[in-house]
Design a protein around this ligand. Sequence first.
Ligand code: FUB
Ligand code: ZN
Length: 575
Amino acid sequence: MDVRGRRDRLPAVELQDAFWAPRRTQLRDHTLPVLLERFESHGILDTFRRLAPGAPDTPRQGLWFSDSDVYKWMEAAAWAERLDLLEPIIELVHLAARPDGYLHTYYDVGPGSQPRYRDLGSSHELYCGGHFTEAALAHHAVTGSDDLLDLARRWADHVCATFGPGRDERVDAHPEVELALARLAERTGQERYLAQARWMVEHLLGASGATIDTVELSGHAVRALYLASGIAEIARVGGDSRWRAAAERLFDSLVREHTYPTGAVGGRWMEESVGKPFELPDAMAYAESCAAVAAAQFSRRIWDLVGDPRALDQLELGLFNAVPCGVGADGESWFYSQPQAVSEVACETNPWVQPFDYGPNMVLQWFPARRHPWFEVLCCPPNLARLFATVHDQLAELDDAGNLLVHLPLAAHVTGGGWDVTVEGGYPDDGTVTVHVDAAPADGEVRVRVAGWADGHGHVPVDAGAVLELPVQDQWWESDHRIEGVAGTVFLRRGPVVCCVEGVDVPGVDLRDLVVDPTRPPSQAFARRVDTGRDGLHHPVAEPAVEPVAGVRVVPYHAWANRGPTTMRVRFPRR
Ligand code: FUB
Ligand code: ZN
């Protein structure tokens, strides 16, 4: 285990752009405190308080894995440096830690609790501990304090002592612990955490008849992507070529077979699954916000592991589309499932939604025409928060030769490794990027990434004061013809930003009637099928009657549904 830690490569970045800087500020000043209040009002923090010595016996509220949501919030609060909010929550977590290192509020202690480790198929016990470990690593990185890290080590020691060959040989069905243990191994230098992570992945794969050489991106989308991230972390920290090959294969499948135009992942509602390759229906998209977060994190890990430029393209796609779409302009409402096409607003009565008997809150969170302020399954809001809190770390990196690699040319001030650089421009709305260099190490170069969508293949050297012109302009795209139901459709992108049409902007028009002539600019491209009075659903082929619809407004996908519930569409049939 001899790697230069990922964080050692990161310069200090102060975002100054109009896209992510305000979102990160809103996270720090608004979203994090609001989420904390909502945890409080739903009893999610009392799940810890009731474990204090002498606390009155009160029933535990929240789902059995709600600890993970508190831990994801803690990770976000640490990266966003809201230590004022975080410190009191750290005290609460100490109440849940048992003397042997076990950590959970649902199992083992408290009135009516279940025994620990009875059912790892659904209990999420190690999943929660994994998220706690990521929070502890963030807290340690930001403050230098060992308080939470020590708790994480005690928990990890307990896990190593309990599970493994000749011990309890079961594994948690929801991956997360594996990537967390690999990261903890890197931080602490403890090889056994890495060995434990590797054993857990192998066992999890073995249960479905797979091995590290045959693993595929399949099943539950978030689980599949956390597992993929675990494999990538183990490959990076352990330097293992078979694991690296597996991570690359999974990434290839993500890019070629499982990604919506927006960077969302998860085509099949049943089992919240990635589905089969090319199973990416628009109207019935599952596309959980957590899966978009997980895909972005996994893509970054692939970049860190093998330097594949497509990994930064995939990361960028998520960061300007599916990830910000998860959070409303108000900073306090969220999409759980991210629709790719909505044809009616009255979705509470959607017959496809109702049979999923997850209770009233779950139905609400799958109501797709607007974001919601709370979910019974709360995973997405704090998961989005931790990605928002770390977005500045995606911007740039120092390579082994001391060059400054700018991955996302957002306006920012970047310092570290002898560099003092200011990036100016209006990216992603505008492609003109200027790089000012106030200090540079000897022989160092600034290299700015030119994305695949701009016909680039990685980073290009940019002289101090030079202007780089990226071709940010309206461009019609089409999807792979193997995606069922979307052959012959097109969608609009402006640089990395995917656009959509909202029903509120074309009153009286059913968006399913719109067709597009992709040889024209967006303002003239749309036409509307005219009702010719034909009866029945199916007809002999005839040239469809259309009339132009002038001035259809397109908006960034990430910004849709910020003006109330509305219909929406990304992909349109060609005229
Ligand atoms: O099971 C924990 C989380 O709840 C998953 O990651 C999400 O997909 C949701 O099912
Ligand atoms: Zn989620």
